[in-house]
Design a protein around this ligand. Structure first.
Ligand SMILES: Cc1ncc(C[n+]2csc(CCOP(=O)(O)OP(=O)(O)O)c2C)c(N)n1
Length: 336
């Protein structure tokens, strides 16, 4: 499953029917990936952790349409939809989650450190927010090289309280870096509500303090999100960084197995009303006349692509202890 990677959405113009269908395909694949990863993890078939991205799926379609193939993505640890949108295959993502030798990190990364240099996706470190100045650095490199590539750097709402966020936005503004800062605001910081930890209503309001535009967008709506990201990418290509805040709701626990006893009692109703994948499915049939057969075929193919990738990854070898120690020290030619 490849993202479009064309940078072909046009300002506030409506998506074409083809673009809308490819957006739904990415969203359906993204949801299926989360559902099957959670199930496999619950059955003991996966090492490490799963931090579900359910609720973030609209990002997959928007990233695919807003970014070009030669643009860069510096994701965070809950970014599988963005990685799919940037063109990574389900197999490549799943190889990293399972830690197999096929992964870009050759099994050293795990679920939270997905990267693919071929797709210009540079993975996350364990320190929240450390990717934000790295994203500004990638944008600085593009500027120094005189190329018109844009960097999209994403992070969670809680992470927007880290010092690195503020330092990177300030530098990007004064150096006019070709970067878009994307806050995936899913309302939760581990086991707490973000509203208990910020003194402004919107994280995007902070952009004004650095002299850059800030925009809040409905992160459940892939068309609004495509529109906002396309505009932000166009600004960045002209040397104007900005901050986009995509508001959504994390639909599962911080990690799979989190008892979630901190959720308000009325949240299940809100989650049912705001699920972005069925909402976009309904919209395609109501507004564009896409038939149920077409939508059902997309869902069936998403299920198949994901289950094929999981079966494949489960059969692939893990690195040996010797393999994972490789690359720690520089080896001179001729070293044993
Ligand atoms: C500097 C640092 N502090 C704390 C942690 C532990 N930690 C991992 S994820 C997380 C919550 C992050 O919340 P948010 O930025 O809102 O992202 P989300 O989980 O909602 O995607 C925390 C506190 C960490 N990895 N790094």
């Amino acid at each position: 499953m490849a993202g479009a990677g064309t940078g072909s959405a046009v300002g506030s113009a409506r998506l074409s029917d083809d673009q809308a269908i490819s957006t739904y395909r990415l969203m359906s694949t993204s949801r299926e990936l989360e559902v099957q990863l959670a199930r496999t993890y619950a059955d003991g078939g996966l090492p490490g952790w799963i931090h579900s991205c359910e609720g973030h799926e609209a990002l997959a379609g928007a990233v695919a349409l807003a970014l070009r193939e030669d643009d860069h993505l510096v994701p965070h640890y809950r970014s599988r939809p963005e990685q799919l949108g940037k063109g990574m295959s389900v197999r490549a993502i799943v190889a990293e989650v399972f830690g197999t030798v096929d992964a870009a990190s050759r099994g050293r990364g795990g679920e939270t450190h997905v990267s693919s240099v071929a797709h210009r996706i540079y993975g996350m470190t364990g320190v929240l927010g450390s990717n934000i100045p790295l994203g500004a650095g990638v944008a600085y490199a593009s500027k120094m090289r005189g190329v018109d590539e844009v960097t999209l750097v994403s992070f969670g709402d809680g992470t927007a309280n880290r010092g690195a966020f503020h330092e990177a936005l300030n530098l990007a503004a004064i150096w006019r870096l070709p970067v878009v800062f994307l806050c995936d605001n899913n309302q939760y910081v581990e086991l707490s509500r973000i509203s208990d930890f910020i003194g402004v209503e919107n994280i995007a309001d902070r952009a004004a303090g650095y002299g850059m535009p800030g925009e809040v967008v409905d992160g459940h709506d892939p068309e609004a999100l495509t529109d906002a990201l396309t505009r932000a990418v166009a600004l960045a290509r002209g040397g104007q960084p900005s901050l986009v805040e995509a508001k959504m709701i994390r639909r599962r626990g911080h990690w799979e197995g989190d008892p979630q006893d901190y959720r308000p009692d009325d949240e299940p109703a809100l989650l049912a009303a705001t699920d972005p994948v069925p909402a976009y499915r309904r919209r395609l049939s109501a507004q564009r006349g896409v038939t149920d057969d077409v939508l059902a075929a997309i869902d069936a193919s998403a299920r198949e692509v994901v289950s094929d990738a999981l079966t494949w990854a489960a059969s692939r070898p893990l690195p040996t202890a010797e393999d994972v120690l490789g690359g720690v020290y520089h080896e001179e030619a001729g070293d044993a």
